[in-house]
Design a protein around this ligand. Sequence first.
Ligand SMILES: Cc1cc2nc3c(=O)[nH]c(=O)nc-3n(C[C@H](O)[C@H](O)[C@H](O)COP(=O)(O)OP(=O)(O)OC[C@H]3O[C@@H](n4cnc5c(N)ncnc54)[C@H](O)[C@@H]3O)c2cc1C
Length: 391
Amino acid sequence: MTVSLWQRNPTHSTEHCDVAIVGAGITGLSAAIELESRGISCIVLESDFAGSKASGRNAGYLIRGAAENYALASRKLGRDMTRYLWDWTQQNLVGLKQLGLESTPGYAPRPSCVVALGEPEHSELIESHEMMREDGLRVDLIDQSSAPRDPLWRSGKPTIGLVNPDDAVCSPIDLVQLLAASLSSTPLFEHAEVYRVEDEGSRIRLRSRPVDVLCSRVLVCTNAYAADLIRDLEGIIVPNRGQMLCVEPRDRSDARLEYAYYLNHGSEYVRSAPNNQIIFGGARTYHADNERTSADEISNEVQDHLEQFMRELITSEYRVTARWSGIMGFSPDGMPVITQCRIHTLENPNIWFCGGLTGHGMSMGYQTGRHAARVMLEHEPTRFGLDRFRA
Ligand SMILES: Cc1cc2nc3c(=O)[nH]c(=O)nc-3n(C[C@H](O)[C@H](O)[C@H](O)COP(=O)(O)OP(=O)(O)OC[C@H]3O[C@@H](n4cnc5c(N)ncnc54)[C@H](O)[C@@H]3O)c2cc1C
């Protein structure tokens, strides 16, 4: 965005801090929590409102690992990195619980279950189960004879399911509010889109309409919108749309889903939501070209596809209660990216980016945002640098 001479707010002030954070989603707010706990003065600038983008629009799964199964992730990332990622997400949930997540209204302990609807996923889940046990992870394997008789299993479609017993679900907006409320000395400016960044000798000036911020360091946590400020991230952090459908089944007494389910290699996901509703998300991969977009709106083709899944797998008698979309920032390997960067042409070693949490920001954003703050401040070693792609 640019701002015209006439649009500039003539009464706006200049605030001073050590670190300015751009973006008040899970990642930016978590980084602010870490900085504040270290006594670093910090300001968060958010173009809309906290949780207005992916962090307030997702499915609320707090899963260990990724949507992909362990065997497949190991082939893609290597066994060591996969084990690391599973630990990382486990620590994310532990940290959120320490912050008070369990007392938020939308939180519930809810095992996640990665389900196979056929081959090759069936064999991959058996392999994943073995590998996870070898790596000391708590995991169960269920089939039609041992699975709960909930609507998904009653459909007869799943052949096998890999259960992560310690996972949970929450309301994403509760989580964002919890993070924001955990900040005591850090101002959060909403409706403050950063539209320009300028070098002022030893300081960096961030311009937004309500306020200018003069700081020593900047951490950009704008996720799918990364390339708007940081052109070098174009093609690395790629906007991808996710869509969701929420329904109220006619027979509500019999519609509860026991687990938070992942289907088709994590491409689809379905779980029970408050008031006996069911949310179904995904179907992006079947319309991938159209869904590679930052347009935050639903499309008929994906919504129809989600309804088809709902009818085939859960229930054909329902009332639609909500439909929505959100934009994710995908990285090439689905792992976060933490890097020094330039904003437009401004080269300054004190400008950093953290994002690209792909479809897993709830499951790793708290851990990753805090880590990014330490990488920037103390050069904590990280596995999430851009150099991994060059290698
Ligand atoms: C439909 C859907 C379902 C999902 N389901 C899950 C799930 O169940 N579990 C899970 O782990 N993950 C899920 N995800 C992914 C997860 O939501 C994201 O990975 C996570 O929210 C990313 O957090 P973030 O803070 O990095 O980005 P965001 O929440 O997108 O925050 C970035 C912020 O930066 C702000 N911003 C952008 N540009 C500027 C600027 N110039 N100036 C100031 N502010 C700016 C934006 O307004 C935004 O608030 C899902 C995503 C979607 C869309």
